[in-house]
Design a protein around this ligand. Sequence first.
Ligand code: PRP
Length: 181
Amino acid sequence: MRRYAGEELVDRILLTQEQIDRRIAELGRAIAEEHGGRDLRLVTVLRGGVFFLADLCRAVDAPLSIDFLAISSYAGSSEGTVRITKDLDDSIEGASVIVVEDIIDTGLTLNYVLSVLRQREPAVLEVCALLDKDARRIVDLPIAYKGFSVPDRFLVGYGLDIEGRLRNLPYIATVHDDRVA
Ligand code: PRP
């Protein structure tokens, strides 16, 4: 089996590349069926969501565009201090917008992003999340398209990082307990 740099931190592979690929193909088909023919925009929050967005958009057989935003992290900040640090490039008024997230944890990030985007009057505003760590949820959110439910463990790979690293693992894995701060 191929070895990847940084893999010594990995405890157990939770989702293999094949499992992720298969699920993304299903999600892509569902999105194309329900939103094909509309002005479809897939929007993600930098940075972790980039990996999922890149694979998901290629699994959606329908015309679409992609866009990105970045926000200051919720980690260590109160809700009032969160702000957009990079906004979308395009207007979303009247568009069918799907916010694509790698993981929903507390739900605070997505709750903020949805509230900002809603004010811009898209025709549709839905969520597609690859991973749902629902045990940690503080704000309840509707997830129209969900990849997998995951346990409350520190996860790396496929966009998820530990101190900025391991996003480039092709699978999603837990980390050895003694490596998590
Ligand atoms: C992750 C993930 C979500 C957010 C979810 O991003 O991509 O945006 O956390 O957490 P929440 O539901 O508790 O708000 P992170 O802040 O780690 O930034 P990154 O994408 O740059 O890694």
